[in-house]
Design a protein around this ligand. Structure first.
Ligand code: NAD
Ligand code: IPM
Ligand code: MN
Length: 364
């Protein structure tokens, strides 16, 4: 198979982890006889430094012509005081909106060997398998933003939160369809006791549910959901929610898996459309440049890329199995080690990738 992948490393550890993802993709390509052509481009802070804007039109066009996009992360202290339209994060938002990537899948699977990496109790996290379905191109992220001044001279700022019926309907379908291939339960998370957008959200979810009588639907308020996620996470199968709630809850859920460095994601458009793949974490300025970032979230995102965009199920499985093997053998990046007395072998970003590549070669 011949495919074109646009690679957008971004800033901070983005580049470090994306480099490792590509090594893994190359190994799979070699072993299974595929040809992946990479086209790298700069976005975020790197693009601000080089071109004065976070996302160039030609970058977006390149992505539109690709078979898939692999992204690291954007942002960092250097660009934190720039105005909103010139922030590195604007690149990510522009790509998501510009490519129509409304469905963000963030699986939270607790791998047996790293149960001890979670700060939560073994019996709470062992066996957790939740799919967070986050709406990605609507809500407060994309509503009107404004600043002004009251007559008194006091400044104000606002972010509008808006959802249309169709925006909710299409993400609801993604969630119900995903549940069909899983444990057949959807928890829709909203704040319908306060927000009008949430009341619309709930109505539309209920309406779409009529087409899925085989799926159990439950509504949960977001404050309770944040609590239930760490209290009794095994009650969740598919958790569907709006953009900002999904952002917050997926970082929280990463604690179940042991580290945000283990959390992959896929951002998808309508069936058959383009897909963008990225770790859930950010640029980690506190550890950038030290060679110790966990590349597994990105490597697992590459597996999702092969599965969802290229239909390469077996190749994706081989990567996921190799990641699990490396963890079973006790290999860890520092973020997965809670205590200094842990006997596990701590490796850097490249070293743990080399282990994974070794397991891929053995298994294929
Ligand atoms: P972050 O996810 O970058 O880091 C939070 C904590 O998790 C840090 O202690 C970091 O060291 C750790 N961490 C994250 N990824 C890790 C990995 N792979 N291995 C080991 N440890 C890891 O979140 P933040 O510090 O709030 O944000 C930093 C910057 O990243 C900000 O500019 C933010 O806007 C940006 N950000 C970008 C994305 C993205 O591009 N998708 C996502 C989140 C945050
Ligand atoms: C994420 C990030 C982004 C988001 C930021 C960097 C715009 O936190 O992908 O989770 O809020 O969606
Ligand atoms: Mn986030």
């Amino acid at each position: 198979m011949e495919k074109k992948i646009v690679v957008l490393p971004g800033d901070g550890i983005g580049k470090e982890v994306v480099d490792e993802g590509i090594k893994v993709l190359d190994t799979v390509a070699e072993l299974f006889g595929h040809q992946f052509k990479y086209e790298e481009d700069v976005i975020g802070g790197a693009a601000l430094d080089q071109f004065g804007i976070p996302l160039r039109e030609e970058t977006l066009e390149k992505c539109q012509q690709a078979d898939a996009v692999l992204l690291g992360a954007v942002g960092g202290p250097k660009w934190d005081t720039l105005p909103g339209h010139l922030r590195p994060e604007k690149a990510l938002l522009g790509l998501r909106k510009g490519l129509g990537l409304f469905a963000n899948l963030r699986p939270v699977e607790v791998f047996g060997p790293v149960v001890e990496s979670s700060t939560l109790k073994r019996e709470v996290v062992e066996g957790v398998d939740v799919l967070v379905v986050r709406e990605l191109t609507g809500g407060i992220y994309f509503g009107l933003k404004d600043r002004g001044e009251y007559d008194s001279g006091e400044a104000w700022a606002k972010d509008e939160c808006i959802y249309s019926v169709e925006e909710v309907r299409r993400i609801a379908k993604v969630a119900f369809e995903a549940a069909r291939g899983r444990r057949k339960k959807v928890t829709s998370v909203d704040k319908a006791n306060v927000l009008e957008t949430s009341r619309l959200w709930r109505e539309v979810i209920q309406e779409v549910h009529q087409e899925y009588p085989d799926i159990e639907l439950e509504h949960m308020l977001v404050d309770n959901a944040a609590m239930q996620l760490v209290r009794q996470p095994k009650q969740f199968d598919v958790l569907v929610t709006e953009n900002m709630f999904g952002d917050i809850l997926s970082d929280e859920a990463s604690v179940l898996a042991g580290s945000i460095g283990l959390m992959p994601s896929a951002s998808l458009a309508d069936a058959g459309g383009l897909g963008m793949y990225e770790p859930v974490h950010g640029t980690a300025p506190d550890i950038a440049g030290q060679g110790k970032a966990n590349p597994l979230a990105t490597i697992l995102s590459c597996a999702m890329l092969l599965r969802y965009s290229f239909g390469l199920e077996q190749e994706a499985d081989v990567i996921e199995t190799a990641v699990k093997s490396a963890l079973e053998q006790g290999w860890r990046t520092p973020d997965l080690v809670l205590s200094q007395d842990d006997p596990k072998s701590v490796l850097g970003t490249t070293e743990i990738t080399n282990k994974i590549i070794e397991y891929i070669r053995k298994s294929a």
